[in-house]
Design a binder for this molecule. Structure first.
Ligand code: NDP
Length: 301
């Protein structure tokens, strides 16, 4: 394999986490202890793994973690009450509700209940709106991680044509907003696009967030394109279960100038940026509290 082309997400995430640990130390020296509350409703196996990893990374970074494991039968009212309590708790810097939620709980209600200043996933409409206006707000972790990988691989992104495949609220749309903020020309393609492949062939940068194993092969890519593969798909490979991305890595590699592997690409960056957002939230809350204790109460409510 041509390792010179490989974008190493694990190493990049370690660099982010090293900076996070230093920032946490600095904050603690100032009397500020960042804390992340993670709420899991139900027993979805993948969600349990994600939550465990988030808690572990938080502890490694020196961030206090508060874990709330609620039964799958938990009512929406109980969940909203817990979120309101965490919003009001000055010792809690960030709140994360692990998705998906059980069907009887409205996802939007739960996400909108989190105070925007503690919304470390960046899913609250205030943060979504702020991002689309190009303001500095808490930004979704996966696209933030992708942007960092792209900046490290390409340098200045200004003027590049980026094609984002997928338009979810979690990845595709915030990714497009971040690339626009970085002065790219951005095309977003989705399941109704008439010729996603032809559009993709024009791209300097491709970010694939589809959820379809190895959908994008070399024939989709311009020679020298930089490819970020967000997809995580479990496939059966001759009786062996393994993870692959949305990009056919082996086919794409000779065609691209740089590409993320799956696993070991975007995945580690997502958790690293969750920690970074928690530190940012803690710092902003402390500054708001110092400059105006009353305004701080209003800004997190
Ligand atoms: P969603 O299912 O919410 O969105 C998928 C998007 O892909 C939709 O916008 C859909 O279009 C589009 N799409 C589906 N089929 C096609 C097609 N044939 N051509 C073009 N576009 C298509 O997924 P997510 O955004 O949440 O996640 C995408 C992938 O990224 C998944 O594999 C997920 O596991 C992974 N992921 C990885 C993370 C990480 O940390 N590495 C974090 C989050 C997600 P339409 O809107 O029209 O339906």
């Amino acid at each position: 394999m041509n390792s010179a082309k490989l974008i190493d997400g694990k190493a990049a995430a370690q660099r982010v986490l090293t900076q996070v640990r230093a920032d946490v130390e600095q904050l603690k020296a100032e009397g500020i202890a960042p804390a992340l509350a993670v709420i899991l409703v139900g027993q979805d196996p993948a969600s349990q793994v994600y939550v465990r990893n988030k808690i572990l990374r938080a502890e490694e970074a020196g961030i206090r973690s508060l874990e709330y494991r609620l039964s799958a039968q938990t009512s929406q009212h109980t969940l909203l009450t817990l979120i309101a309590e965490l919003n009001a708790d000055a010792a809690v810097s960030g709140i994360l509700v692990q998705l998906p939620l059980p069907a009887h709980i409205e996802e939007t209600r739960a996400l909108q209940a989190i105070a925007p200043g503690k919304d470390v996933d960046g899913f609250h409409s205030d943060n979504v709106g702020g991002l689309s206006q190009g303001r500095a707000v808490l930004t979704p972790c996966t696209p933030s991680g992708c942007l960092q990988l792209l900046e490290e691989a390409c340098g200045d992104l200004s003027g590049k044509h980026a094609v984002v495949i997928g338009r979810s609220n979690i990845v595709g749309k915030p990714m497009a907003a971040l690339l626009l903020k970085a002065h790219c020309s951005v095309t977003v393609v989705h399941s109704r696009s008439t010729d996603a492949k032809a559009l993709c062939q024009l791209a300097d940068i491709v970010v694939a967030a589809v959820g379809r194993p190895r959908m994008i092969d070399a024939s989709w890519l311009k020679p020298g394109a930089v490819v970020i593969d967000v997809g995580i798909n479990r496939i059966d490979d001759n009786g062996r279960s393994r993870l692959v991305g949305d990009v056919d890595f082996d086919s794409a590699l000779p065609q691209v100038s740089a590409i993320t592997p799956v696993p070991g690409g975007v995945g580690p960056m997502t958790i690293a940026f969750l920690m970074k957002n928690t530190v940012t939230a803690a710092r902003q809350q402390a500054h708001a509290q110092r400059s105006s204790p009353e305004a701080a109460c209003r800004s997190i409510s």
